[in-house]
Structures are given as C-alpha cells and as structure tokens.
Write a protein that binds this ligand. Structure first.
Ligand SMILES: [Zn+2]
Length: 871
C-alpha cells in the first residue's frame, strides 16, 4: 500500500464512460458472488488502457463482448484491473467474490448484526466490484439481489422497485432500478429481516411518495419522530428552495454498526440507528434534535450532492458545506434561530477551531490527501457551512435563492467544482467574490484585532480592524473578504444609527454590516454624542476570533444589554473565559484563587432575568468547556483548568446557591414529557442549574431527579452529575441505569460515555473493566466512540502525568486499526495537542506516537494523521 499523496492539481478527466451498470448479488455471509455488466465507451482519441479500481475483491471471470478473457489478456493487482487494446465501445462483464462477514472496516458491502448493508462514500464501491470508483463517473444502476427468503425477507437498493419474486431453494430476488445517473459512492444495498414503518408524502406537484423507515424488529415505535422529521424536511426544501423529491419511494434503514452518522445514497439512506431511533425513555432532547437535523441533512443531499455531485473528492465541501448550511437553516426555521445559531457556533469552536489550530489544519478545499476518509472533517463540513452562510449574508436571502436556482438549473445531473458554485453565486451577487474565494484555499481561523478611539470634539468614533495571520501551516496568507455585523451602543444600551464619514459601497449599512477586505482598515462613524461600546461580529457573521481590549465591565454590559441574542451569549462566554484564565494562571503559579465579583454579579443578573428565553439563559449560564479553555493556553496544564473550573462552580453555588436551587425547583415539571420547544427550554435550563447543584455537599437533589425523572434528558443529566460525586447515591444510580437499559445498545452508549467522562480517579480502571463487559463490542463504532473516544476526550485522564492515558489510547488505536482503520484514525486525532504539551508530557506522548507509526501494516488513515502530528 502506498503512502503517496493525491493532489488536486493532478486531476484528469476519466478516459472511459460507464453509462450503465447491471449488478447481480448472490448474497452469502463469506462468499457473495457479484456480477456486474457495464456499457463502456472510450472518450479519449488515443487507445488508452482501462484501469478499474479494486480493494479486497477476488476475481472470478471477465467477459468482453460476451467472450471470456484469458488471464494473459489483463493485468491484475490487489488494487486494480487493467485492460488494454479495447474497442471504442463494448460491454464488459465481471464476476467476483467478496466476504461481507470479514469486512470489519464497514466500508463497501458488509454484514453486521444479521444485516447486509453498504457504505460506499468515498471509495467503498471498489470493495464490492471492479469499477471506475470516482465521483465524476456517473452511471444508471440496476440491481438484482438474490438471497435466502427467510433470513433476508427485505431486499433494498437505490431507485424504484421494478420486480420481485421467489426462486428455488428457499431463495427470492428483487430488482431495483434507479433512473438517475449517479456516482458509485451513492450506491446502496440492504438485505435483512427488518421491521418497517410506512407513511407517505404528497409533493408540491401532487405526486405521492411512499416513505419507509426500516429498523430492527421491535423498534418500530421509536421511528415516529424520524418519520415526522423526514416529512418536515421534504416540505421545507419545497418551500425554502423550491426542490421537489424525484423518485416514487424514499427508504431509510437504521443499522447499529455504521462508521458515520448517516449516508445519503440515492433513494436509500442508510443511518446509524443513533440518528433514527428515539422515544422519551431512551433518547435525550439533544438526540431528538440531532435526528431532525441529520434526517434533514441526508434528505437535502438529494439535490445538493446527488443531483449535483462533486467532480472529485477535493470538492467535498461543495456538497457538505452547502448541505450543512441547509440543515442548519432547516433547524433554525423549525425551532429558535438564536438557540440554533449558538449550538452551531459552539460545535464549530469545539471541533473546527481546534482542528484549524492543530497540525491537521487544512482549507475547506484541500490540495492533497493521503487517505480521503480523513477529510470528512469539521473543516469541510462546519467551516464549509460558515463560508456558505457568509455568501448568504452578502447576497441576502432573495439573491441567494436566485443564485441557488441558477446553480440547480445549470448543473443538474453533473459532477462539478466549488468554482461552479461560486460562479452561480457571483451571477446574483452585489459584491465581487474574487477575494472571497480565499476562504476555500487558506486554512486557519482568521484573527482580528479591534481598536477604537472616540473624539469628543468631532463627535466621531473611529474603529480599526486588523486581520492577523496565525495559521499553523500557512504563513503567507492574504487578507479575507467577509461580512462583519456590528452595533454601537450608548450607555443606556440604545443602538446608534450608523453614519459613516466616507460612505463606501462595500458596506451593507442598512443591515449594520461592514465589509472587511483589507489587512487593516478604519471606519469612522460620525454624529456620535458620547463614547459608545461596539457589539461586534453579531450573530457570528464571520467565523473568526476577535481580540479587543474590552474590560470585564464592558463584556458584562454587553452580556446584559446586547440586542443581538447570540452576542449576549458570546459576551457571557468571553467574560467567563477571561475570569477563568486568570484563575488558571493563579493555579499554575501557586497563587490563591479568587472569583471576580463582576462575573458573579453578571451571572446573577442573567439568573434573575425572567424575560430571557430559557434556552438562551441556559447557554449563558454554562461555563466554557475544558476543551474551549484549552484552546487559549500556550502550554497545556490540564489539571489547572479543571481546578479553576470546579472552583468557579463552587464559588457560584456558595454565593448564589439559594437562587439557583429556588429556580431549579420552580422548573421541575411532573407533567407528561413533551417535545414542545418551551418544555425543552425549561428542561435545558433546569439541567444546567442541576450541574451547579452537583457542587453542593449534599447530592440529594440530584439523586431525587434521577429517581423521579420520566424522561432520558433528566435522568441522564442527573446520572452524569452523580458520576462525578463520591457518594453512595452514585453507585445506586449507575447500577440502576445499567440494569434498566442493558439490552438497549443506544442507551448503553450513553452509560459508557458517562463513566468514561468522569473526573473521578477510578475512571481509567472503570474503563478497562467495561472493555470486557458484555455490553461492549470493539467492532461497533458507536460503542468505541462512547467508551474509548469519551475517555480520550476526557482531558484530565488522557493527559494523566504518568502517561497511562496516552498509552491506553495508543494501544487502542493500534488494535482498532486492524479492524476498522477509519475509526482508528478518527481516534488518533486526540493526540493533536502534542506540540503544546510540557516537556515531560510531550516525551511520553512522543513514545506512543512513535509506537503507532512503527506498527507493521499500519493503515494509510492512521499514518496520515499521526505523521502530521509528529512532524
Ligand atoms: Zn453530508
């Protein structure tokens, strides 16, 4: 296997076209026979060789125009099949075997928990049969599946069902035809003994679509929220984007063993059951919202991804950034826009900002990769969505919709590039987007320095915004072009009218948006009567970090008064971070800790503000996470961060405990569980307050919530708080939880995560014990992520000074790499803080990283990540 890089600049058009492919599967656990019959046409003038991709497939026979080829007539390697001297057009038939049961990588066709299913994005199809496995080769697929009727009564593939029937020996078959040409990564097949929930949807042109969600038998009742979300998605895409569904059937299948969240295969989405199955007893509010968003995401791909797909994998953000933007808008339209924005930005910061500050930082459109599987990243997805959001802000909703219509109209049925998308946007944009394109090619989170001067005499307020370039991998960066939403507040928190001294066209002043394009630029506002305070980057108009010289009081003012709800949250987090970093500094220098009264009073004000949206209030009362705080430390002292955070919690409870408890009690609800957004907000605030009450000596309140809760949201929060306490109530609750849910693997994921995330010193021992528990199976990615992944993200234990955390995770990376390289490389990303560790920790981690790299037969996936970190 080569560790060579693939470069975007080396892209060449395919020299052959495969216009149709007829597949036949004879399903067998260990020896499935795949027959594929393709119509092939040479596109180039020269008679170039046809090189088909392959991985772990066993060739049985090849027929050219019906004639079987002798092995001297082709070249076969483990990763390719090459044919020379071919006619201009011909039919090629290939028969090969694959072993679905041995496929623990869960890539291609695999069998798990009695179900055959596929995952082909990005390069899984070559693990099914020999093919030009690249997204710009689009073919019309017909699939015949033959299987044992009793074991696999349900046989599914893409498109519409064409025919089904019985065969001899207890077998049966189904033929599926997908009329839309598609790339191989969108191909799907499922066979199993599954339960199903049916429904239907009438489209805007009165077409009835059959909707089915398949799951393990017995779980049908847990599919209703997913079905509702699917219908909402179909309706929303018609209303907001004018997009209608195009096949007669839309099928979703939920499986337990899946590497990703879900996959948008044409007409046959395959989902991690985590994003389908839910009821109040087993799923949290966050799980329900996650289902709505992922069901929407995969559905929206039908137009942004399937109908218009990517020319090559460097274009991945073309479909992902855009579709994440669409699913974020869907969730915003259905729920609270401000709360959705806060949750999206939180996720961006927790995942993408960290990635962009690490050795694996890359632009949303990377120039090279060793293993494309490693590029399904927060950068391609979440930062990609922020880039689309900036375009949306610059164009405005109406122009953006017109530009999207143009994009669909122009490129439907094609495999295109991000440049083609920008072209459509440019056609309807009031701004020249040339400089904006740098967002696609430059990596790193842009940082801004903001300074301001008020001049009493001229009544002007001068704001200087400077772009600083601190990318870890690319130092020769050019200034970005972006929208920057601001407001100037007077001392009574009234917003001033913005009047610029030199009104330039590069400003959307009616929307309070400045257009930033230079390395340094100054905006002079006139008719300003007294020094104002600027609220900046409102609603997070650009994905940047901003540095100011604002005082704690100024942030407290914004936290209490900003009209932009997102920015009130933002100010709360900045204020808390400033206070926390001071305490962390004190811990590191062995100085006494003290909590700023300005923060306590700002926190108190929010707590007592009864007009605030409860969900926003919960967000504002949440302290920045350990991983957020870690981002701003030059040298990591993880323990100091935990000490500081726990100190702040204790101090807040000491000072405001009575109010916190009083409000907590007022939010207790004994009514039936409801997903009404008001009820969800109430629960969110109640549970945020409960995490503070966990700092009380007596955990009675927490245990009472655990015992009395009628839903998973409340029960799980109480359990996580208890899992960090030293009392007996903890043992009781954990035992009860395990016994109550041990047969439900989705709930056991939560249990494993709670234990692996605990700060208590027995956590590493508990994790080791759970590896041998009957509920754990290292072959199931969800379980690995919950137990091993949560432990690896538990900074306190991962960065233990004895190096045992590093060793444990490194050993698991090596073990997993043999089974599932994709999951192993995902896990290996936790070593990314390597360069910021102190000498002792760095030496310990280095030893482990070198151990991984020297492992025999290491996958490209893990090699690429670890070698980047160790540079
Ligand atoms: Zn996607």
């Amino acid at each position: 296997m080569s560790m060579e890089k693939v470069y975007l600049k080396d892209y060449e058009k395919p020299v052959y076209e495969l216009s149709t492919i007829d597949l036949e599967f004879n399903l067998d656990d260990t020896k499935t026979l795949v027959k594929s019959k393709m119509k092939v046409k040479r596109l180039g003038s020269e008679n170039q060789a046809l090189v088909l991709d392959a991985d772990e497939v066993e060739l049985k026979a090849i027929f050219l125009e019906g004639e079987e080829l002798h092995e001297s007539e082709y070249e076969l390697t483990s990763n390719s099949l090459t044919l020379h001297n071919l006619p201009k057009s011909f039919t090629l038939e290939i028969h090969n075997y694959i072993n679905p049961e041995a496929n623990t990588a869960l890539d291609g066709l695999y069998k798990s928990s009695g179900i055959f299913c596929t995952q082909n994005e990005p390069e899984g199809f070559r693990r099914i049969t020999y093919f030009l496995d690249r997204p710009d080769v689009m073919a019309v697929y017909t699939t015949k599946i033959i299987a044992d009727k009793k074991k696999y009564p349900i046989l599914l593939s893409n498109g519409n069902l064409f025919e089904k029937g019985d065969l001899s020996d207890g077998k049966h078959y189904a033929i599926w035809k997908d009329p839309f040409p598609k790339p191989s990564y969108l191909y799907a097949l499922v066979a199993g003994d599954l339960g199903v929930v049916n429904d239907s949807f009438k489209t805007m042109s009165d077409k009835d679509i059959e909707l089915n969600i398949y799951c393990d038998k017995g779980n049908e009742s847990k599919c209703s929220f997913a079905m509702e979300s699917l219908k909402n998605s179909m309706k929303w895409d018609e209303e907001r984007f004018g997009r209608e569904y195009d096949l007669d059937i839309y099928n979703i299948v939920a499986v337990d063993s899946f590497n990703m969240g879900a996959m948008e295969n044409k007409g046959l989405n395959i989902f991690n059951s985590h994003y389908v199955l839910a009821d109040s007893d087993t799923a949290t509010d966050t799980n329900f919202m996650g289902i709505e968003s992922v069901i929407g995401h995969e559905y929206f791909h039908n137009w942004t991804g399937n109908r218009i797909t990517c020319r090559d994998w460097f274009q991945l953000t073309l479909k992902e950034g855009l579709t994440v933007f669409r699913d974020q808008e869907f969730s915003s339209d259905l729920n609270s826009r401000a709360v959705q924005r806060i949750s999206d930005v939180k996720a961006l910061r927790e995942r993408q900002f960290v990635e962009d500050a690490s050795p694996t930082s890359h632009p949303i459109k990377p120039e090279s990769y060793i293993q494309i599987n490693n590029f399904y990243t927060a950068t391609i997805y979440e930062k990609g969505a922020e880039v689309i959001r900036m375009i949306h802000t610059l164009l405005g909703e109406e122009n953006f919709r017109a530009a999207m219509d143009l994009y669909f109209e122009t490129f439907d049925g094609q495999a295109v590039r991000t440049e083609d998308f920008i072209w459509a946007m440019q056609e309807k944009s009031p701004f020249n987007l040339e400089q904006f394109k740098l967002w696609y090619s430059q990596s790193g989170t842009p940082e801004l320095d903001i300074s301001s001067v008020y001049d009493k005499k001229s009544k002007t307020f001068k704001v200087t915004i400077k772009q600083c370039f601190l990318s870890p991998v690319n130092t020769e960066q050019k200034p970005y072009f972006f929208p920057f939403k601001i407001a100037l507040l007077d001392n009574k928190a009234q917003e001033l009218n913005l009047i610029l001294e030199n009104n330039s066209s590069q400003i959307l002043l009616d929307k309070n948006i400045l257009i930033i394009s230079k390395e340094e630029e100054t905006f002079v506002f006139k008719d300003v009567d007294a020094t104002p305070l600027m609220s900046f980057n409102q609603n997070f108009s650009a994905p940047v970090k901003v540095h100011t010289s604002y005082s704690l009081d100024e942030y407290a003012f914004l936290m209490a008064n900003d009209k932009d709800e997102f920015n009130r949250f933002e100010a709360s987090q900045t204020l808390a971070s400033m206070v926390l970093h001071k305490i962390i500094d004190a811990v590191e220098s062995d100085l006494p800790m003290s909590l700023s009264p300005i923060f306590v009073s700002a926190f108190d004000k929010v707590l007592k503000d009864m007009d605030l949206d409860l969900s926003l209030k919960a967000d504002m009362l949440t302290l920045p996470s350990v991983s957020m705080l870690m981002q701003d430390r030059k040298v990591l002292d993880v323990e100091a961060i935990y000490i500081a955070k726990n100190f702040v919690k204790r101090e807040l409870v000491r000072e405001l405990g009575a109010d916190i408890k009083g409000q907590y009690i007022s939010l207790i609800n004994t009514k039936e569980y409801s997903l009404d957004s008001k009820e969800m907000s109430k629960r969110k605030l109640k549970n945020t307050l409960l995490t503070y009450l966990g700092a009380l000596k007596d955990s009675g309140v927490v245990k009472a919530q655990y015992d009395n809760s009628n839903n998973m949201t409340d029960r799980l929060t109480a359990l996580s708080v208890l899992a960090n306490s030293r009392e007996n109530a903890k043992i009781d609750a954990l035992t009860d939880f395990y016994e109550r849910y041990k047969d439900n693997t989705l709930v056991m994921n939560k249990y494993l995560a709670v234990i692996a995330s605990s700060e208590l010193k027995e956590t590493p021992a508990n994790v080791l014990k759970l590896l041998d528990d009957e509920i754990f199976d290292i072959k199931v990615p969800n379980l690995v992520r919950s137990l091993i992944g949560s432990f690896a993200r538990n900074a306190l234990h991962f960065h233990a000074v004895n190096g045992k955390g590093y060793k444990f995770v490194a050993d698991k990376v090596i073990e997993l790499d043999k089974l599932n390289p994709q999951i192993a490389s995902g896990l290996s990303g936790v070593f990314k803080d390597y360069s910021r560790l102190n000498d002792n920790a760095r030496n310990l981690m280095k030893k482990e990283l070198e151990k991984i790299l020297s492992t025999k037969d290491l996958s490209k996936n893990v090699y690429e990540i670890v070698s980047k970190i160790l540079v």
